[in-house]
Write a protein that binds this ligand. Structure first.
Ligand code: T1G
Length: 699
C-alpha cells in the first residue's frame, strides 16, 4: 500500500480523485478513509465543478479487500462511502480500466457517469466468494440493466467485457483506444461540463421488477447450477426484495443478507480457495530465483495428452514443435491439434484468424528428435512404460540444447529414475497435466531432489503462462492428487464390500458436492485403467491390503466403463449417464459371500464420514511427508483436479472446520475394525496433541 492510497488534486475546474493501492487497488480501510477525505475536499472546493474518479496502476478497483474478511469491520463502511459520493451535488465521472469488480464496480455505480477504457471488464463476482454485492450492487445495478441481466451477472459472477457493459448501460461510453484513464477522464469531464451535466444518481432511478414466473425459473436454474451453495439464491433475494422497497430500505435489506453470508462457512471456504490458489506459487525456495526462457516448447507424443499439452501452450501464444515416432503419426498428431483448435473456435475460445495464425506460425509436427534441438522446454507425454521413457529421454539428452528443460508428464513412474537416464538430472522435472490438458487447470510440478531451483521456477512461470494453477509436489507414487485418490477409492471399496452399493456411495458423495462419485468416475476414465494400476502394484502390495476382485471380474467380461456401454453402470441411448446394474451388484454379492461378509446398511452420512476421513488422513500424510509443501497445496490440488466442491474449501480446510480432534477420534474408531487401513497420520495426531489446525501450517 502506498502512503496515500487516495490522492485529491485539481486541474482547472476538474477535481481528480486517484486511487493508488497496488496491486489491484482493493478497497481496504485506508482507501475508504482516503475516499471520504477526497469527497469532502471536492465538496468544499468551490473551484472544482466536476470530479474524475480513477485508478493508478494496472486496473481499476478489483473489489473490497478480501484480506479484511472475517475481521471486525472498520469504519468508514463502503456503502456509506458510496452513498456519500452519490449524494454530492456536483457531478462525478468514474473512469474504469482493467477489471472493475465487486466493490470497485459498486463504487463506480455511486458515481454519476461512467466511462470505460477499452479492454475493461466489469463484474460482481462476490457470489463466487460466498457473499453478495454488499455495497449497493444488488440495488443499483438492476436499476440500470433491469433485474434479469443484473441477476445473471451477479449469480454467474462472470467478467463482462466493455462492449457488453456498454450495451447493458452500465457504462455510458468508451474512451479512445490507447487513452489512459486520466486523459480520457479529463476530456470527458470537459464535455460533461460543456453540456451542463449535473449529478445523475442511480438511487433516484425507478426500481425494476420481474415477472413472477420468470423469477421462479431463474431461482430453479440457479438452485440447480449452484447446488449446495447459498450465496447465489441469497443475492437474488437481496435484489428482488430490495427492488420492492424504497432505495434506503433496499440497501439495509442487502446489508443484512450480506452480513449473514459473511459469517457463513461457505464464505470462509471460498475465500480460502481464492487465496490458496494464489499462494500455491509462492514458495520460499523460489524467492528471487529467475526462471529460464520458455518461449520454444517441444512435446513428445501426439496422443490425447500430448496434443492437449501442445494446444494449451499454443493457446498461450507459445511456439510448439511436437514430435511423433514416424511421419504418419506426426500427421495424425497435427490433425488432432488442428481439430481441437477448430473445436476451440466453435466454443468461442479462439477466433478463426487466431486458429489460422497458430497453424501457420506457431505449430509444427515432426518425426525426428532433431526438430527439438532449439526448444527451451520439452515435455514428454508418451506411453507409461519405463523402457519407452528411456528411449525418449536418451534421445532428448542427445538432441536438446544445453540448458533446455526436460519434463515428463508421467502420472506415476519414478521421475528421479527418468532423470538419471540423462546426463543432466538437474534439468529434469515432472509436469503432470490432467486430461484434457487444454481444459483442466491443475498442473502438478513434481520436483526430484536433484532438480535445479531455476528449473522449478520455470515450471511455475510456464504454468502461469498457460493459465494453470500449479502445485509443487514431491516424488512418490501418485504425487499429491492420485495418491490421495487411491485411498478414498479404497475406502469406497471397503464400504461396498461391507454392504454399501456403489450407487449409494456415488449418491452420497455427489450430495456432499462432488460432481461425480468414485464409481461413475472410474466408468468415465475406463475400468481398464484401474486394471492396469492393480497389475502394476501387485508385486509391491502389502498382503493386508484389500483389493476388490469384482473389478477384475468386470474387466475380464470386457466391461471397461462408458466406452463399452457397461461398467459399474449400464449405458444406453435412454440412459446416457448410466443406470445401476443388477449384474454388478450380483458380482459384488459373490465377493461378499467369498469373504463371509454379511452386508450391512450404510447411511449417506456414514459413507461421507468414511470417505472424507480417509481423504483427510492421507492428505495429512502427504503434507507430513513433505510431498505437498503445505495443507493449502493439497486443497488446491483436490479443488482443481478432482472435483472437490469449492465451497467446502478443500479437504484440509474442511477438516479444520470439522475439528481435527473429532476427526482423529473417528479415525481411531474405524481403526478398531481395520487397524491396517486406518492408521492415523502422524501429522494429524501431532496437530491434535498441540491443539493446532492445518491452517496453522499454511503461512
Ligand atoms: N482483495 C485483496 N487482495 C486481492 C484482491 C482483493 N479483492 N484481488 C486480488 N488481490 C490480490 C491477490 O491475492 C494477489 O495477491 C494480487 O492481488 C494479484 O492478484 C463490498 C465485499 C482482479 C482479476 O472477487 O479476480 O468487493 O498473491 O494474482 O491474475 O460487495 O485478482 O500477489 O499477494 O489474482 O491479474 C470482489 C478478486 C471482492 C476480485 C486480477 N472482488 N480478484 O487477477 O492477479 S468482494 C473479487 C480477482 C467485494 C463488496 C464485496 C483477480 C483480478 P498476491 P492476481 P490477476
Amino acid at each position: 500500500m502506498t502512503e496515500t492510497p487516495v490522492r485529491y488534486s485539481r486541474e482547472g475546474d476538474v477535481a481528480l480523485i486517484c486511487i493508488d493501492n497496488p496491486p489491484v487497488n482493493a478497497i481496504g480501510q485506508a482507501v475508504r478513509t482516503g475516499l471520504v477525505a477526497s469527497i469532502d475536499a471536492f465538496a468544499g472546493d468551490p473551484a472544482a465543478k466536476i470530479a474524475v474518479l480513477y485508478c493508478a496502476g494496472r486496473t481499476f478497483v478489483a473489489g473490497a479487500d478480501i484480506r479484511e474478511f472475517g475481521k471486525p469491520p472498520q469504519a468508514p463502511f463502503l456503502p456509506d462511502v458510496i452513498g456519500k459520493l452519490e449524494a454530492l451535488d456536483k457531478p462525478v465521472l468514474c473512469v474504469m480500466h482493467g477489471t472493475a469488480l465487486g466493490g470497485g464496480l459498486e463504487l463506480a455505480l455511486g458515481a454519476h457517469y461512467r466511462l470505460g477504457v477499452p479492454g475493461l471488464k466489469i463484474g460482481l463476482p462476490e457470489t463466487s466468494l460466498g457473499i453478495l454485492p454488499g455495497a449497493g450492487g444488488t440495488q443499483r445495478l438492476p436499476r440500470l440493466t433491469g433485474l434479469e441481466a443484473a441477476l445473471e451477472m451477479i449469480t454467474s459472477a462472470r467478467h463482462v467485457p466493455a462492449k457488453e457493459a456498454l450495451a447493458l448501460g452500465v457504462i455510458d461510453g468508451l474512451a479512445d483506444a490507447g487513452q489512459d484513464p486520466l486523459t480520457a477522464g479529463l476530456a470527458h469531464a470537459h464535455d460533461l461540463l460543456a453540456k451542463g451535466a449535473g449529478p445523475r444518481r442511480i438511487c433516484d432511478m425507478p426500481a425494476p421488477s420481474i415477472a413472477p414466473d420468470q423469477l421462479r425459473d431463474m431461482r430453479t436454474r440457479t438452485a440447480k447450477r449452484f447446488a449446495g451453495q447459498i450465496a447465489q439464491l441469497t443475492a437474488i433475494d437481496a435484489a428482488v426484495g430490495g427492488a420492492a422497497l424504497p432505495f434506503r430500505d433496499g440497501m439495509q435489506h442487502e446489508r443484512a443478507l450480506f452480513q449473514t453470508l459473511m459469517e457463513s462457512p461457505q464464505r470462509a471456504a471460498l475465500v480460502h480457495a481464492f487465496l490458496a490458489e494464489r499462494k500455491v506459487a509462492q514458495l520460499p525456495e523460489l524467492a528471487g530465483i529467475a526462471p529460464r526462457a520458455f518461449a520454444q516448447i517441444g512435446v513428445v507424443g501426439g496422443g490425447r495428452m500430448g496434443s492437449g499439452i501442445a494446444i494449451s501452450a499454443l493457446l498461450a501464444g507459445l511456439d510448439v514443435t511436437l514430435v511423433e515416432r514416424d511421419a504418419q503419426a506426426a500427421a495424425q498428431a497435427h490433425q488432432n491439434v488442428a481439430q481441437t483448435l477448430a473445436d476451440s473456435v466453435k466454443r468461442g475460445k479462439l477466433t478463426d484468424e487466431g486458429r489460422a495464425r497458430i497453424l501457420a506460425h506457431q505449430f509444427r509436427a515432426a518425426d525426428s528428435y532433431a526438430a527439438l534441438s532449439d526448444r527451451d522446454v520439452v515435455i514428454e507425454a508418451v506411453f507409461e512404460d519405463m523402457d519407452i521413457k528411456r528411449e525418449v529421454f536418451t534421445q532428448l539428452d542427445q538432441h536438446c540444447k544445453q540448458g533446455a528443460i526436460l519434463a515428463t508428464n508421467t502420472s506415476y513412474l519414478d521421475i528421479p529414475q527418468i532423470a538419471a537416464m540423462t546426463s543432466r538430472p538437474a534439468d529434469v522435472l515432472g509436469l503432470h497435466f490432467f486430461s484434457p490438458a487444454h481444459i483442466m487447470r491443475l498442473l502438478e510440478i513434481v520436483v526430484p531432489d536433484k532438480t535445479g531451483a531455476d528449473v522449478v521456477a520455470t515450471g511455475f512461470a510456464f504454468g502461469k503462462k498457460l493459465g494453470k494453477v500449479s502445485v509443487r509436489a514431491g516424488v512418490c507414487d501418485g504425487f499429491i492428487g492420485n495418491r490421495i485418490l487411491q485411498v478414498y477409492r479404497a475406502v469406497s471399496d471397503h464400504m461396498v464390500l461391507a454392504g454399501a452399493s456403489p450407487y449409494a456411495v456415488d449418491r452420497a458423495v455427489t450430495e456432499f458436492g462432488f460432481p461425480m462419485g468414485p464409481y461413475a468416475v472410474q466408468d468415465l476414465a475406463g475400468l481398464d485403467i484401474g486394471f492396469m494400476t492393480r497389475q502394476r502394484k501387485a508385486a509391491s502390495r502389502d498382503p493386508r491390503e484389500f483389493v476388490a476382485r469384482w473389478a477384475d471380474v468386470m474387466h475380464a467380461r470386457g466391461w471397461h466403463g462408458r466406452k463399452t456401454g457397461q461398467g459399474y453402470y449400464s449405458y444406453d441411448a435412454d440412459h446416457p449417464k448410466g443406470r445401476p446394474s443388477p449384474e454388478v451388484e450380483e458380482i459384488i454379492a459373490d465377493e461378499r459371500r467369498a469373504h463371509g461378509v454379511t452386508p450391512r446398511e450404510f447411511s449417506a452420512d456414514e459413507i461421507v464420514a468414511r470417505y472424507m476421513a480417509a481423504m483427510v488422513n492421507e492428505s495429512a500424510r502427504v503434507v507430513g511427508e513433505g510431498i505437498a509443501a503445505r495443507p493449502l497445496d493439497v486443497d488446491v490440488t483436490l479443488l482443481h483436479g478432482y472435483g472437490f466442491p469449492r465451497w467446502r474449501g478443500g479437504p484440509m480446510h474442511w477438516a479444520d472446520a470439522q475439528g481435527l480432534g473429532a476427526l482423529l477420534s473417528q479415525i481411531e474408531g474405524f481403526a478398531r475394525e481395520d487397524a491396517f487401513f486406518w492408521q492415523p497420520a502422524p501429522l494429524l495426531q501431532q496437530l491434535v496433541r498441540e491443539n493446532l489446525s492445518f491452517a496453522s501450517l499454511n503461512s
